[in-house]
Design a protein around this ligand. Structure first.
Ligand code: RIB
Length: 302
């Protein structure tokens, strides 16, 4: 099975701060870095690091060389990438003392993913293949519709959430990977309780399976028949940026490799914990070997 990730590519402008800047306040950052990111790109790298065969499609500007290079370095196939006349997408990210972030994205070239381009890319994929989408590019709804017409398995990470999401044909989605903010929004339930979100999601999308990540409170896989819980591994948080993307990539790689859900969740959880303990988004994603070594050690200690 080939995985097509039609997703965003961003240049992350990361400001290390004591606390998030408040209205009317000016603060000085302690450090500044520009690194590769974008939920799409991060998830492609996580998939590749977890051993999956992944094709990344999306749009970049003339300034996007570093984005192509990092994908190539990790053996992600980049033949479908297109150049737009706009600059590459970017994200302004504050990371505070506790390693938490807040993020503003600026679409740039990510907003130039057009219907004809989607048709051209999808022409090379079939019902044997899977498409992964996030919500940082244009025409996600069109991509869902066309991928379904081709019989592809559809995975959606509905991040970031916005009102447009409700207009997408989400009844065609096979897997959702979401965090509690996205889970609450899509479930339509005014609740912070995961159990109620899960019920709401199953009612709204009975055709789908879900992964709901809850940060330090673990993650659930659930579908109409079963529910599997995975604890999270506790680490000292340096930078949480990209941890969710790491989880998504590792989980999906396990799924396409035919590994058990329990096993895929466990690797994803360990990979995300390692990502949280490091700076940056894409650069913080660990290798499968490292993840396995730590998990094997845990097995021996049990
Ligand atoms: O999920 C983290 C990512 O969100 C960052 O890399 C940033 O580019 C935004 O897309």
């Amino acid at each position: 099975m080939k995985i097509l990730n039609l997703g965003s590519l961003n240049i992350d402008k990361i400001y290390q701060v004591e606390h998030f800047v408040e209205p009317k306040e000016t603060i000085k950052s302690a450090a500044y870095k520009e690194l590769c990111g974008g939920k799409g790109l991060n998830q492609s790298i996580a998939l590749a690091k977890a051993g999956a065969d992944v094709y990344h499609a999306g749009c970049i500007g003339q300034d996007g060389e570093m984005l192509v290079n990092i994908l190539k370095e990790h053996r992600v196939k980049t033949d479908y990438l297109r150049h737009s006349t706009k600059p590459s997408g970017h994200a302004v990210i504050q990371v505070n003392r506790e390693g938490q972030n807040n993020i503003i994205i600026c679409g740039g070239a990510n907003d130039d993913v057009t219907e004809p381009y989607i048709d051209e890319v999808l022409a090379d994929f079939s019902k044997e293949d899977m498409i992964l989408l996030q919500n940082e590019i244009s025409n996600v709804d069109y991509a869902i519709k066309k991928a379904r017409d081709r019989g592809m398995k559809i995975v959606v990470n509905p991040s970031p959430v916005n009102q447009e999401l409700e207009t997408y044909g989400l009844q065609k989605v096979d897997y959702f990977i979401l965090n509690e903010v996205e889970g609450k929004y899509l479930s339509g339930k005014e609740t912070d309780r995961p159990e109620e979100m899960m019920e709401g999601l199953k009612e709204k999308f009975p055709q789908a399976a879900f992964v709901l990540t809850l940060g330090e409170n673990g993650a659930y896989y659930f579908d109409a028949e079963r529910c599997v819980y995975q604890k999270s591994y506790q680490v000292e948080a340096v930078d949480t940026t990209g941890a969710g993307d790491t989880f998504s990539g590792y989980f999906l790689a396990g799924l396409v490799q035919g590994r058990r859900i329990e096993e895929s969740l466990r690797s994803a959880s360990m990979a995300a914990a390692l990502a949280v303990s490091r700076h940056g988004a894409a650069p913080s994603i660990p290798d499968m070997q490292e993840v396995n070594e730590i998990l094997n050690k845990e097995d021996k200690e049990i």
